[in-house]
Design a protein around this ligand. Sequence first.
Ligand SMILES: NC(=O)C1=CN([C@@H]2O[C@H](COP(=O)(O)OP(=O)(O)OC[C@H]3O[C@@H](n4cnc5c(N)ncnc54)[C@H](O)[C@@H]3O)[C@@H](O)[C@H]2O)C=CC1
Ligand SMILES: O=C(O)C(=O)Cc1ccc(O)cc1
Length: 306
Amino acid sequence: MAQVYERVALIGLGLIASSMFWSIKRGGLAGEVTGYARTEATRETARRIGLCDRVCDTAIEAVEGADLVVLCVPVGAMGAVAEEIAPHLKPGATVTDVGSVKAAVIEAVLPHIPEGVHFVPAHPLAGTEHSGPTSGFAELFDNRWCLLVPVEGTDEGATAALRALWEGMGANVDEMDPAHHDLVLAVTSHTPHLIAYTMVGVADDLRRVTDSEVIKYSAAGFRDFTRIAASDPTMWRDVFLTNKDATLEILGRFTEELFALQRAIRTGDGDLLHDYFTRTRAIRRGIIDAGQDTDAPDFGRGGSRK
Ligand SMILES: NC(=O)C1=CN([C@@H]2O[C@H](COP(=O)(O)OP(=O)(O)OC[C@H]3O[C@@H](n4cnc5c(N)ncnc54)[C@H](O)[C@@H]3O)[C@@H](O)[C@H]2O)C=CC1
Ligand SMILES: O=C(O)C(=O)Cc1ccc(O)cc1
C-alpha cells in the first residue's frame, strides 16, 4: 500500500493510537510515526514494545515536522493538547482527532488551529473495553466505519489524504456533520454504554445476589454489559459530559419506552411485549442483512475484535 504521509504524530498512546500505529505499519502508510504519552510509565512501555518509531518526552517534540497530528486523548483533554502543540505545528500540516464526540471537540480544538494548518475531525467506530498502550492491534479498524467530520471550509486535499489513511488502515469512510454525528452516536454507542453501566451497577447493588453468583450464572446479555462497563472511566465520563444534549434526548426517549414496557409487564399485556420484541428483532436482522455486523459468527466477513 502506498505511503500517505511522510510523518505522523500520535498524541496519547492508548488503545486507538497503538492500533493506528500497528495498522499504519502494516499498510506502510507513513514514513515515520512519532508518539507522545503524558506519563513516563506509558512512554517506557511504548519504547519497550516498539510502539512508535520514536517516542518523545514532550508533545511539542512529537509534532515538530509532522504532516499529520492525531489527537488520541480523552475528549475532555483535546482542547488543552491542541493549545499546547498549536505554535509548533508545521505549516500545511493536518490535525485530526479520534474522539467519540465531535461538536465539543471541534469547539475546543478549532480556535487553536493556526492559519495554514488544516483540521479534519474523525471518529473510528471501532474499539474494545481495553485501554492503554499494550491494548492495540493492527486489525482493529478492518471493515469498521470511520466517520470524517470536516468543518466548513476544510481543505479538500487534507480530507482526501485522511480518508486515504483510514482506508489504508482497513476502514470504510463516510462523512457526517458534527451535530448529526453526535446524535447518531448517542443512539448507537453512548446511551447503550450508559445502560450497560447502569445494569452492572444494579447487579452490584443487589446484595441478595452475591458477586460470585452474578459471575457464575451470567448469561450472554449480562456478560456483554460487564464487558462494556469495564471501559475506561475517564473516556466515558468525558463522552457524557461533552455529548450532554444528544445523550439526554435519547435517554428521555429510552425512559419513556422503558416505562411502557414496565407497564405492559405489570398489566400482563403480552401482545404489547410480543409486538415490541418482533419489531426489535427485525432491526437486528436488518443490520445483519446490510452487512453491518462483522462480529456475527455466521456472517464470515473476517471482522476481528479482541
Ligand atoms: N476506546 C474505544 O473503544 C474508542 C475510543 N475512541 C476515542 O479515542 C480517544 C482515545 O481513547 P483510547 O485510545 O480508547 O483511550 P486510552 O485510555 O487507551 O488512551 C488515552 C491516552 O490519553 C492519555 N491522556 C489522558 N488524559 C490526557 C491528557 N489530559 N493529556 C494528555 N494525554 C492524556 C492517557 O494517558 C492515554 O495514554 C478518546 O477520545 C475516545 O473517545 C474512539 C473510538 C473507540
Ligand atoms: O467496545 C465496544 O463495544 C465499543 O462500543 C467500542 C467503541 C467505543 C467508543 C467509540 O467511540 C467507538 C467504539
